[in-house]
Design a protein around this ligand. Sequence first.
Ligand code: PEP
Length: 257
Amino acid sequence: MRSKVVVGNWKLNGSLAGNESLLRALLREIPRDTPVACAVCVPSPYLAQVQGLLTGSGIGWGAQDVSRFEKGAYTGDVAAAMVAEFGARYAIVGHSERRTVFGDTDEVVADKYAAARKAKLTPIFCVGETLQEREQGRTEAVLARQVDALLGKCGVAELEGGIVAYEPVWAIGTGKTATSAQAQEAHAFIRGRIGAKDQGISAKLPILYGGSVKAANAAELFAMPDVDGGLVGGASLVAEEFLAIWRAAVAVVEKGR
Ligand code: PEP
């Protein structure tokens, strides 16, 4: 059985005081030897604070994006190596909000994935279709395009040690969640696409579901064979809700033992 991972994506939210109380609440419950890896991806200015609070704990941390460049005249960008200097383990790349609001193309996302890997971060590579694409029956074509762009630029070997997140755009921040069957179907498709290049890497690759995951739907989603945890936006800002999602993942892992 692949291990499960639960990652919070704080998006553009947080304050020094609010972060501290949220993280202290998580630290009270999540043990150092947690059976389900847990992490928070925070706005970059908070990386130092999070490093201070979480070092030595069972909770990892990361950034929500990285520059495709290593250094130079790229005002506003944050390099993967800078993120890594704060002890971060993860970097989200290709989140649909970066793709739609900031214009990250498949090619840019692949560059960011490579930049994260080069800095020894674990990239969390997001893919997913819009509502219109789903309604037009183009879900698999879109996922194939997004996955193939990464495979084409980075090569399948770079997926070893990475994470994929299937995040249907119509489910992000909308309160609408994919059914567990829809999630399983998309995850199996993604795994198969990568498996066509390398079965071994694909079999070990964690594929997280993201899109309005909450305490009420986490257990059902995480019980699906190809759903290896969640990328959690809104619910990761509420300690009790995020903890309940993490507990749901722990329960699925313990049941499978
Ligand atoms: C996300 O930001 O990746 C996300 C899935 O958000 P939400 O859980 O709020 O839908």
